[in-house]
Design a protein around this ligand. Structure first.
Ligand code: SF4
Ligand code: FES
Length: 248
């Protein structure tokens, strides 16, 4: 496949940034999108030009690093996949592909396609954990019975990989899908009840402090989420937040 790439280049958060156009040839339809970007970078390096900076790590859909907005969609045109799982067979020979970073105030551009998602880390630090005594007197994990429905729903929420596609897709740059997944994975389990009130209050407060927008129930986040996190989690987080506000 021969392709034209329009790639966002930006030296720093302060730089205005602009699109640069590149041609790549002999791209295999079996390559992943990141492998295609590697080909572009090898080409740029061999010409003495600076390579395109982008985040990546696992390249198998589990780390959430490969944040790219491809042809106007977070993680590109396929559904239920991250950019590293997106195959070039989803495009046609001769296509022009536009590649941009996540765009949200809370995710400033570090360079080119790499953004700073430490706002998510700070939301997690505000309460996305449970405190347990691990000093030798642990009860057996199976000693706490949990209904299958709740266990499944908690597991589904826990599959969020913190990629930020929900924020990048949302017209309000809202982080509600991410935060609600992290609240839900504990709210559904007995182990999460002890710190439930503080958790939801502190995480929502941190989310607002970071400058994420609010949810207006458009549902775009759910559509673009590579892990299929449901907006039911947002409703659950709102209920948890209301409960915490009343009992505070
Ligand atoms: S909710 Fe989905 S889109 Fe948002 S960070 Fe988690 S995995 Fe990514
Ligand atoms: S590189 Fe880890 S999810 Fe894509």
């Amino acid at each position: 496949m021969n392709l034209t790439l329009k790639v966002w280049r930006q030296k720093s958060a302060q730089d205005a940034g602009k699109f640069e156009t590149y041609q790549v040839s002999d791209i295999s339809p079996d390559m992943s999108f990141l492998e295609m970007m590697d080909v572009l970078n090898e080409q740029l390096i061999s010409k003495g030009t600076e390579s395109v900076v982008f985040d990546h790590d696992c390249r198998e859909g589990i780390c959430g690093m490969c944040s790219m907005f491809i042809n106007g969609e977070a993680h590109g045109p396929d559904r239920g996949v991250t950019t590293c799982q997106l195959h070039m067979r989803k495009f046609k020979d001769g296509d022009t592909i536009t590649v941009e970073p996540w765009r949200a105030k809370a995710f400033p551009v570090v360079r080119d396609l790499m953004v700073d998602r430490s706002a998510f880390d700070r939301v997690i630090q505000a309460g996305g954990y449970i405190s347990v005594n691990t000093m030798g007197n642990l009860p057996d994990a199976n000693a706490t019975p949990i209904e299958k429905h709740d266990a499944d729903a908690a597991f589904d929420a826990a599959t969020c990989i913190g990629c930020g596609a929900c924020v990048a897709t949302c017209k309000n740059a809202s982080a509600m899908l991410f935060v609600s997944a992290k609240v839900s994975q504990f709210a559904l389990l007995p182990q999460g009840q002890v710190e439930a009130t503080d958790r939801v209050r502190n995480m929502v407060q941190q989310m607002d402090l970071e400058g994420f927008g609010n949810c207006t129930n458009t549902g775009a986040c759910e559509v673009e989420c590579p892990k299929g996190i449901s907006i039911e989690n947002i409703a659950r987080m709102n209920r948890e937040y209301l409960k915490a506000s009343i009992t505070a």
